[in-house]
Write a protein that binds this ligand. Structure first.
Ligand SMILES: [Cu+2]
Length: 215
């Protein structure tokens, strides 16, 4: 009986110390992987407020100033329209939406957020945006490991068009954008994004691109 009373406070103190130590270490672990630190330690005076990204435009042939470009007018016709929004939520998630008009009817299109803005070449958009960066990925060998190349760590917006070539898609990812954010939404040739080991996240040639900007 006296032992239980005697051990109680020590056990409680030990638990407090362990919890305190884990909490002190946790932000360092997050920082090592990227940008989630703002979510773990949200405060009103945080310098890293979540980003709201927006893009909209009609597809033009490649040129240095266009915000919406087609690299394959047969699959993504000139004049087709794309609009995208990435909206942060107070619960630490981000909702992404893509709307398209004027693409081919009754067809799937794989689409993802990529790191850079659109450019004259399809490669300009860089690799797919990842919350936690795949350490094995390089510019020549993009991430294809399902552990990183998946719709919870990347932003996938695969869309299916109706009879008129219009479509909409949305997704909610469990992170917010702060110090790193995507620069574009890239539409690919494949009708949907692959998910298997060794090719997860891939979707064939890039056929169109929409530049995103902070709003
Ligand atoms: Cu992509």
């Amino acid at each position: 009986m006296s032992e239980r009373w005697g051990d109680g406070p020590h056990t409680a103190l030990r638990r407090l110390l362990i919890v305190g130590t884990v909490m002190a270490i946790a932000p360092v672990g997050c920082a090592y992987h990227g940008i989630s630190i703002a979510r773990a330690s949200t405060s009103f005076d945080s310098p890293e407020s979540p980003l709201f990204l927006f893009g909209s435009g009609t597809l033009t042939p490649p040129n240095p100033v266009s915000k919406a470009i087609t690299y394959n007018p047969d699959l993504a016709p000139i004049g087709a329209a794309m609009t995208a929004r990435l909206i942060p939520s107070t619960d630490g998630s981000t909702r992404a939406e893509l709307t398209v008009f004027g693409l081919l009817p009754n067809r799937g299109y794989a689409a993802h957020a990529h790191t850079q803005t659109c450019g004259v070449t399809a490669d300009a958009a860089g690799r797919r945006f990842q919350n936690h960066l795949d350490p094995a990925a390089t510019s020549r060998a993009p991430s294809s490991n399902p552990r990183y190349a998946n719709p919870n760590n990347e932003i996938w917006l695969d869309v299916r068009t109706d009879d008129a070539g219009a479509g909409t898609s949305s997704t909610t990812v469990p992170f917010i954008l702060t110090d790193r954010a995507p620069g574009s939404i890239v539409v690919h040739e494949a009708t949907r994004t692959l998910t298997g080991p060794g090719h997860a996240g891939t979707a064939g040639a890039r056929i169109a691109c929409l530049t995103l900007a902070e709003r």
